[in-house]
Design a protein around this ligand. Structure first.
Ligand code: SF4
Length: 230
């Protein structure tokens, strides 16, 4: 075998390795938040996150995980039979090949959303994906990680989420809304941080200020509590 042929075989043999992702879990449930709330959805949770938010409810996704081929993940979503697929984490964009998964899911005809911390560049995400960008509020402890250069990239197809733990978070979020014209760019979601403020408090503030935002309350936690894989 010539050296050139040997080299080309190596490239072919290595290709499947390049199409792998570290995965914490894949499961079928109802979408618990954002625009697609209530729809049967396949969730693909990627392993790893460079942030450490105080309120994180998916710390089990920080480490471990299993290598899976991207095509296998698309096949599993197809077998699940739900039109909606949510790619989440952790921070899914911390694995660069997440971009390949998103494209392949769109090509397969799924309605795809991506839940991202907003700390990583979203510009290369397939435009068919609805990006749900979680802007980190002060009480998250990770506000400094917000990549503000992502904000002008948002479109009406995307969503911006604020998880609000106290009045200071709320006031900061309102300021961000105004400074960056977020309600004109994308759908804006305000969500109470579980166990920090009551949903009623946040709802009352939104109504009093007549904010152009959508209140949301995590449906999956009302149905199943903190159970992973739900
Ligand atoms: S970005 Fe998401 S997964 Fe990462 S620590 Fe924050 S809440 Fe948890």
């Amino acid at each position: 075998m010539t050296e050139a042929l040997e080299a080309s075989r190596l490239v072919v043999d290595d290709q499947p390795e390049l199409e792998r992702l570290k995965i914490t879990e894949v499961f079928l449930s109802l979408q618990g938040e954002a625009r697609d709330v209530g729809w049967p959805t396949t969730f693909i949770r990627l392993t790893g996150c460079p942030l450490r938010c105080t309120y994180c409810d998916t710390t089990y996704s920080f480490f471990g995980g299993t290598w899976r081929q991207i095509d296998d993940l698309v096949d599993e979503a197809t077998q699940n039979g739900a039109r909606h697929v949510c790619v989440t984490g952790g921070e899914p964009l911390s694995q660069k090949r997440c971009l390949i998964l998103l494209k392949k899911l769109c090509d397969a005809g799924f309605l795809v959303s991506l839940e991202t911390s907003g700390a990583i560049d979203i510009s290369a995400v397939d435009s068919r994906v609805s990006r749900v960008l979680d802007l980190k509020t002060p009480s998250s402890g990770e506000m400094a990680r917000n990549r503000l250069a992502n904000l002008p990239l948002l479109t009406a197809h995307d969503q911006v989420k604020f998880v609000i733990g106290d009045r200071a978070d709320y006031d900061w979020s309102v300021q961000m809304l105004k400074t960056h014209n977020l309600a004109q760019r994308a759908e804006v979601l305000f969500s109470p941080s579980h166990g920090q403020i009551t949903a009623t408090e946040l709802a009352d503030w939104i109504i009093a200020d007549r904010l152009p935002v959508r209140f949301q309350w995590q449906l999956h936690k009302q149905l199943w509590g903190e159970t992973p894989g739900k």
